[in-house]
Design a protein around this ligand. Structure first.
Ligand code: NAD
Length: 365
């Protein structure tokens, strides 16, 4: 078997700091018989500084050919005045677009030790482990016609919600596949009560389920009711699949159930490659945090948990992923906190590197 390959694009701000801790975790897996071929490249402002573009064609090509891309974060005030076409975010958008990453996975996982961080009651969120699958490349953010037009004496703003059957079917498959590796439950959310695109969404998800995934438990919910249920009793869900717009809102709401931005991983998946693995980009949800960059204050857990997702969804190493998540849980239960995880009562923060070291130590224990 060939060694699985990873392209690391650490990016800007705290990106390289948190990615250094992921490297320690990757090296640890190497000592356990799971070696990875790792190469590094530039993205965002770092790529602009070196090459005058936020993503070179060579790096794009590498991203297309490796088994998984791990990205840190891009952007920062230094690049705010750049032309739109070379802004750091364009590098990330190019990766997502050219790799055709249509399925965005945002887990909301609440570690017991951090349950008091949530705005909801401890018993509602402790032990929470759900994933929102958001369709990422179509829907109302892309549909035509769009624009601001003149209509008589006033202007009218138009966006179009548009989904083809195949776009719905492929993200539905992605959600069902994911559920099979988890607790085998999918809840599909749309607004079939008021939107034709929602009616089609529900029909196609139901058809794909009946034809290919009848072993998975499927339910449907209107997205507004889903939002209420996410706040009332989120543990009822396993995998939620929804469109681009509702997914944008629901995944942010679900993420906040769990507390800090420094804890949130994500994955964006595309179609399977020749080797059966999906095209994949893993990245923390947070940005480059220029306010704390270079100070050793960043929480590396979001990036480390993004690598755990890579282990599970790109490399079929579910046990390794669970072990890594358990190591994070242990370290948090022992009271280790980066500055962002200190509650109002304060305490002593450990550095980015120390958090990484402790997680690696917990993996070995
Ligand atoms: P941000 O996520 O970078 O930071 C928001 C706040 O959360 C800051 O106070 C920051 O210190 C804190 N924070 C974020 N990650 C943290 C971590 N791992 N540990 C501890 N604290 C953490 O969002 P922002 O300030 O709105 O944006 C900063 C820059 O990042 C901008 O240039 C923005 O465009 C870019 N950005 C990039 C991405 C990405 O690369 N995917 C996402 C969002 C923002």
């Amino acid at each position: 078997m060939t060694t699985p390959s990873i392209l690391i694009l650490a990016g800007d701000g705290i990106g390289p700091e948190v990615m250094a801790e992921v490297r320690k975790v990757i090296d640890w897996f190497g000592t356990q018989g799971h070696a990875f071929e790792v190469e590094e490249g530039l993205v965002g402002g770092a790529a602009y500084d070196a090459h005058g573009t936020p993503l070179t064609d060579e790096t794009m090509e590498r991203a297309q050919s490796v088994d998984a891309v791990l990205l840190g974060a891009v952007g920062g005030p230094k690049y705010d005045a750049l032309d739109f076409s070379v802004k750091p975010e364009r590098g990330l958008l190019r990766l997502r677009k050219e790799m055709d990453l249509f399925s965005n996975l945002r887990p909301a996982q609440c570690f017991d030790a951090l349950a008091d961080f949530s705005s909801l009651k401890r018993e509602v969120v402790a032990g929470l482990d759900i994933v929102i699958v958001r369709e990422l490349t179509s829907g109302v953010y892309f549909g035509e016609p769009r624009g601001i037009f003149k209509e008589g004496n006033e202007r009218v703003g138009i966006n179009t919600q548009r989904y083809t059957e195949s776009e719905i079917a492929r993200v539905a498959r992605s959600a069902f596949e994911l559920a099979r590796r988890r607790r085998n439950k999918v809840c599909s959310m749309e607004k079939a009560n008021v939107m034709e695109s929602g009616i089609l969404w529900r029909e196609v998800v139901t058809e794909v389920h009946a034809a290919e995934y009848s072993d998975v438990e499927l339910s449907h919910m209107y997205a507004d009711a889903g939002a209420m249920q996410l706040c009332r009793w989120p543990k009822q869900f396993d995998v939620i699949v929804t469109d681009n717009l509702f997914g944008d809102l629901l995944s942010d709401a679900a993420a906040m159930l769990t507390g800090s931005l420094g804890m949130l991983p994500s994955a964006s998946l595309g179609a399977p490659m020749e080797n059966g693995r999906p095209k994949a980009l893993y990245e923390p949800v947070h940005g480059s945090a220029p306010d704390i960059a270079g100070q050793g204050k960043a929480n590396p857990i979001a990036c480390i948990l993004s690598f755990a997702m890579a282990l599970r969804y790109s490399f079929d190493l579910g046990e390794g992923a669970a072990r890594l998540e358990a190591a994070v849980e242990t370290v948090l239960a022992d009271g280790a906190r980066t500055a962002d995880l200190l509650g109002p009562e304060g305490g002593t923060a450990i550095s980015t590197a120390e958090m990484g070291d402790r997680i690696v130590a917990a993996l070995s224990a």
